[in-house]
Ligand binder design. Sequence first.
Ligand code: NAD
Length: 491
Amino acid sequence: MATEQTALITLFGATGDLASRKLYPALFNLYKKGEIKEHFALIGTGRREWDDDKFRSVVSDSVKGAADSDQQVSDFASHFYYKSHDVTNPEHYKVLKGVADQLDAKYDLKGNRIFYISLAPRFFSLVANNLKQQNVFSDNGFNRLIIEKPFGHDFESAQELNDSLSSAFDEDQVFRIDHYLGKEMVQNIAALRFGNPMIESVWNNKFIDNVQVTLAENMGVGERAGYYDTSGALRDMVQNHIMQILSLLAMDEPNKYKDVEIRAQKVKALQSLHIYDEDEVAKNFVRGQYGANGDQKDYRHEDNVPEDSNTETFVAGKLEFQNNRWAGVPFYVRTGKLLADKFARIDVVFKKPALDDFARANGTAPQLLPSVLTIKIEPDSGFEMQLNKKHVGQGYTTDSFKFTHDLTDSEMKEVPLPYERLINDAMKGDHTNFASWAEVAQAWKFVDQIEKFWNSKKADFPNYTPGTMGPKAAEELLTRSGRNWAFRAED
Ligand code: NAD
């Protein structure tokens, strides 16, 4: 049952791509479901000289495909107001304060304010501090900050940003977006583990051989090339999304399923990550950059990419959590552009028996496959469990089968958009699906070591063909210890 939230959202970057592609559709879904109704308004700001009517028509265009009627769209859009804004001009914040106070009275918003910064990262701390200095906050109700990624480009810059934000907002007022945490199947990790003692009791190094996380894209860098070249796959995907998924997979059970307790367990898990030295980076991390294939240009010839770019479009790595639950269990991760397919999945590979007795009895080569539990994040959402069974017929050989549970089409229609879920959580003050500073800091410390080593050496790029699962070295990362990726392009 929907519980109506009461809040004013002030959105910085309201004319931007993220706002129209993700944020307005997310808010519209909340509106349709009754999570926001009468006691909701949004002030959009951007550099453009728009008025309310222009803003409302842009918002309407971005949501009308999901509407039940034109009336519904115009009712929704009537809650949107626009103020053109220069983030560097303190006077403009005073104007925002005035509009916020008026809307508060008009919609009875009880002083609840969310400031959503969807701007280039260089503006994050400037805006946050101006909000404080020009007193755009309310005295009653809550004042919260939602902030987009990337949160810094290394530990030092992230810490600087965090220090600066914390002079305006306390940690419990800050909601750092990682949209993977808004995905249905990522949120299912905890339910699968802690809702099933049968699973949780084997969730350790006695039974699990290795864990694999793959976030694969089948497109190149496209229009994001300029940004991407300053980031690369490690910063763009591993530091945030993959680290968040790993922390949910590796954490211990929280005492209560509440944000404070969950975050404490995630931080504890991330703090047990072994931070690599140079030799270990060389051994355990692989970088790749795509070459050309047919009409597809190689990365270095994409628009806005320097011809000598050392930026990786692929990364695979092995990580180790040094604690009693996970000692000796490699966590393999990989992500990249222009791979064989677009999908995200987690494969938990269980140990095989020490001896393949069925094969020994029959005098055949070992046949038992590892049991594999797969969490399919997208495009299919569901679970799969691969197990061994007897091969039908005479004799006693074995083969494998899969239990599969996919969300049904009607369930998929009920799945909230990631931003819909996250904005709703922020309005409720629930931090469960946002990255805390301690998590972000730990993730950067791990990633910085890899960047440092990679920056000291020129890479041998390009080194993988579009349409494959990355460079050969990403396979060898596993095969050298007798393992394989559970998902292979040819499967
Ligand atoms: P964008 O370039 O499309 O929009 C930028 C917005 O900033 C515009 O509304 C513009 O008017 C405003 N702006 C720029 N300079 C300003 C100034 N001096 N004063 C006032 N406003 C100013 O950017 P975007 O793609 O919407 O991204 C916004 C944020 O979301 C960034 O932090 C980005 O990293 C993050 N993000 C975007 C995506 C995406 O798919 N677009 C995905 C993940 C994260």
